[in-house]
Design a protein around this ligand. Structure first.
Ligand code: NAD
Length: 507
């Protein structure tokens, strides 16, 4: 395929890189099969422990040099990466779509998100500022500054195979850190393609080898990183199960972590909602990326007065969904990532039925022409109670749960009544309800929207969630602070040495 050639993806790739150098990888080989058509795209050799250790050693060496570059100069490199991504948007977007299975539009959108974070990081490279404070002692000056941390480990999930890496890397680099990335074992080629794009820019600008590093592999690579004192910050995106393991390992050595984990996102549809607008938000949120976004809409909490009207609209909209090859822009719903994901989807449907769920749009596997990969499923809708154990759980598939409410307080309690806390939304034209939803007693999520669905965040805001979503923040706002260490500096320019709190120490 032409886009693979343009991205320099071979049939058999080395999965360890410190820049232009791709040292031999001695670990397990990963085979990347496209969920779109089931074909083997290419293979990539993963790292063994000695490969991993060598990369970390190289990264530490590079950090000693890179941290001395002025931040705006580092920003200039990131600006060039943004340009390179603009030039490669089509090829990289196609690879994302083909390897992961999301629609081509969403593949391009993901690359656009990378370009946006580059732009954001360029500006930020001139704004890494701390505060100054008034000292309680005469002729003293006190301020704080931010220093880079060192090696930042990035563990990423399959569903955003390139954007999440870029959110982390661009910020980490302008802050003066070096990065070691372990992409999902389900999307190794996306990792290799990004590393190749960046390595060229770095080499052209004489950036030290080892600032951007790639280590392909499975969970074991993530575990080495989590336990490694040479990696002061691990930023991990994935399931809550994974985040609990990474958080515990990094915490045990008192390292820092940014955890971006599972969601269980709901939209409240008020009786005062614009129902047509709500329909677009709900359907895109539930079936976009085949329900495999961390921000996918999993639950709709609908006011009893509009429940029947709205569920009828939903049923009608679902009839019109076109399921099929995501590279064909006419299709709305592509495949799940692999056959295991299909098994999990089917098992969630069975569990939901066993708990009393009533499917108003039936699910099931798609078979026949065009569905040979065995990864395509039907988006479905079930009437449930929020308390069902399956509803409390994030199933990474297009299953939408609908439930009824009476008063706004009940709706907010239902929205909050799950272990996860990523994204939430209310559809209403009623100002009082909207403000109640956003108040201290409102949504407990990291993201709370009014008249927008749960999925699709802009990079300018800090992105992340509470409770079992992990509490981390990536991307915009002041998320950069998590990639740096804060230092308080006090300078005495007097002729005395007064102690703080007026303590006397005389001899
Ligand atoms: P996953 O947890 O199976 O894997 C994610 C990554 O973690 C992979 O690279 C994997 O190799 C690694 N990993 C797994 N176990 C590990 C361990 N014990 N130690 C270290 N690393 C380990 O997740 P997935 O199936 O790839 O992605 C889907 C999940 O990711 C969903 O739960 C989704 O909500 C979540 N997600 C969250 C966000 C967010 O920003 N909150 C964004 C994207 C995806």
């Amino acid at each position: 395929m032409e886009f693979l050639q343009k991205l320099h993806i071979d049939n058999d790739n080395n999965g360890v890189s410190t820049g232009l150098e791709w040292p031999a990888a001695n670990g397990e080989k990963l085979f990347s099969y496209s969920p779109v058509d089931g074909k083997l795209i290419a293979a990539a050799s993963g790292a063994d422990k000695s490969n991993y250790d060598a990369v970390i050693a190289k990264a530490k060496e590079a950090f000693a040099k890179w941290r001395l570059w002025p931040a705006p100069k580092r920003g200039e490199i990131v600006r060039q990466i943004g340009e390179a991504l603009r030039n490669k948007k089509e090829e990289l977007g196609k690879l994302v779509s083909y390897e992961m299975g999301k629609s081509l539009q969403e593949g391009y959108g993901e690359v656009q998100e990378m370009i946006d974070i580059c732009d954001f990081a360029v500006g930020l490279s001139r704004q890494l500022h701390g505060l100054t404070m008034h000292s309680e002692r005469p002729a003293h000056r006190m301020y704080e500054q931010y220093h880079p941390l060192g090696v930042v480990g990035i563990i990423s999930a399959f569903n955003f195979p390139v954007a999440v890496w870029s959110w982390n890397s661009m910020l980490a680099w302008i802050c003066g850190n070096v990065t070691v990335w372990k992409p999902s074992e389900k999307t190794p080629l996306c990792g290799i393609a990004c590393q190749k794009i960046v390595a060229e820019i770095f080499a052209k600008n004489n950036v030290p080898e080892g600032v951007s590093n790639l280590v392909i592999g499975g969970r074991d690579v993530g575990e080495w990183m989590s336990n490694d004192v040479n990696v002061p910050l691990v930023s991990a995106t994935g399931s809550t199960r994974m985040g609990k393991a990474v958080g515990a390992a990094v915490g045990a050595r008192l390292g820092k972590s940014i955890l971006e984990l599972g969601g269980n996102n709901a939209i409240i549809i008020s009786k005062d909602a614009d129902l047509d607008m709500s329909l677009v938000g709900a359907v895109f949120g539930a079936v976009g990326t085949a329900g495999q976004r961390c921000t996918s809409t999993r639950r709709l909490i609908i006011h009893k007065d509009v429940y029947n009207t709205f569920t009828d609209k939903l049923k009608n909209a679902y009839k019109q969904l076109r399921i099929g090859n995501p590279l064909d822009e006419h299709n709305h719903v592509g495949p799940l990532i692999d056959k295991d994901a299909v098994t999990m989807y089917l098992s969630a449907i069975d569990k939901c039925k066993a708990e009393g769920g009533n499917f108003i749009v039936e699910g099931g596997e798609m078979t026949g022409d065009g569905f040979e990969s065995g990864c395509y499923v039907k988006p479905c809708i079930a009437e449930v109670k929020n308390e069902y154990s399956i509803v409390q759980h994030e199933t990474f598939a297009p299953i939408l749960y609908v439930m009824k409410y009476d008063g706004i307080d009940d709706a907010i309690a239902m929205q909050n009544g799950v272990p996860q806390g990523l994204s939430s939304a209310i559809m209403t034209l009623n100002l009082r309800e909207a403000e109640a939803f956003l108040s201290h007693a409102g949504s407990d999520c990291g993201i709370a929207n009014v008249n927008i669905g749960t999925s699709g965040a802009e990079i300018g805001g800090a992105f992340g969630g509470e409770k079992e979503t992990g509490g981390g923040r990536e991307s915009g706002s002041d998320a950069w602070k998590a990639y740096m260490r804060r230092q308080t500096n006090t300078i005495n320019y007097s002729t005395q040495l007064p102690l703080a709190q007026g303590i006397k120490f005389e001899f």
